[in-house]
Design a protein around this ligand. Sequence first.
Ligand code: SAH
Length: 350
Amino acid sequence: MDGFQIIKELEEEKRIDQSRLDVLLQTGNREVVEYLYQRARAVREKWYGRDVYARGLIEFTNHCRNNCFYCGIRRDNTVVERYRLSGQQILECCERGYALGYRTFVLQGGEDVFYTREKLADIISSIHTRYPDCAITLSFGEWKREDYQCWFDAGARRYLLRHETASREHYSQLHPQEMSLRHRMECLQQLKEIGYQVGAGFMVGSPGQTREYLLKDLLFLREFSPHMVGIGPFLSQKDTPFAQEKNGTLEVTLRLLAILRLLLPKTLLPATTALGTVAPDGRELGLQAGANVVMPNLSPVAVRSKYTLYDNKICTGEEAAECRKCLEQRVELAGYRIVTHRGDSLVEIE
Ligand code: SAH
């Protein structure tokens, strides 16, 4: 099958099936790959112009009850120094972030039972009251429907929960037995039903990932049609069972970003920190392959180096203001511009 033809049909939303996507994943033809990037850029510009949405990321806790094999803040990591931010500290991050132009705050963390449903609801509603023009995004894993509902009622409107892999076998290679793909998927479904704008996604090049699994991820995402899709390379972390595993690559991540842009034209696609870690210009290249979101760190510098999902994470030493400046320059050099608004997804809520 002709790669150029497949890209055209994908863009026209004509024929999308596993074998066609597989050709795009596999092709070694540079011209086809270039054409893929070019069309992904065109589609991104059709819907989002040259705008890049910036989200201020607040990594508020690295305590976690889970033991995911890939993750540096897993329960059994005894080396990592644990921390938690107080509600006051979180609000200070928002204050700094607001002044820098952020209109979305992302609260990310491990699954930390210290923050009860009510504590979190309090924090969320204080942010919502102080910054009514800002979107509040949550990203701290799997909880009960009532919890998700309570946080929605407190003012959160978005939730990022990567599905990690759409294949049950692969899921069990990445997680201990007590975790299940079924529960993860149930959470995603509940979040959608409650009315959150939902983000799913996966790591590229995670241990055991095959092309077949990647195709499953793509078809799942196409079907689920999330408002956002977060993907970034898997990067090993020295104190995890996957310490010796190979990292995901820049090239495969860029190609998947471009394919996702064509599969889900209106979705939000972040150029992730992991992508910026695997290559110095990774995020810029991500933007040029169809990504339209960046998520710079707003956490206090004192805790940054403790949120080590993977080794060599970038931007752990800079203040939020420096981070913002550096990123603005990078985005501009890539031919885009960071805008100051909430940056809602164009994917309709069903
Ligand atoms: N605990 C929350 C969110 C924090 S982790 C949750 O479970 O959703 C956010 C994302 O970082 C994860 O979904 C995972 O895809 C990614 N991640 C974790 N460890 C990683 C690693 N070693 N390399 C690359 N990405 C990683």
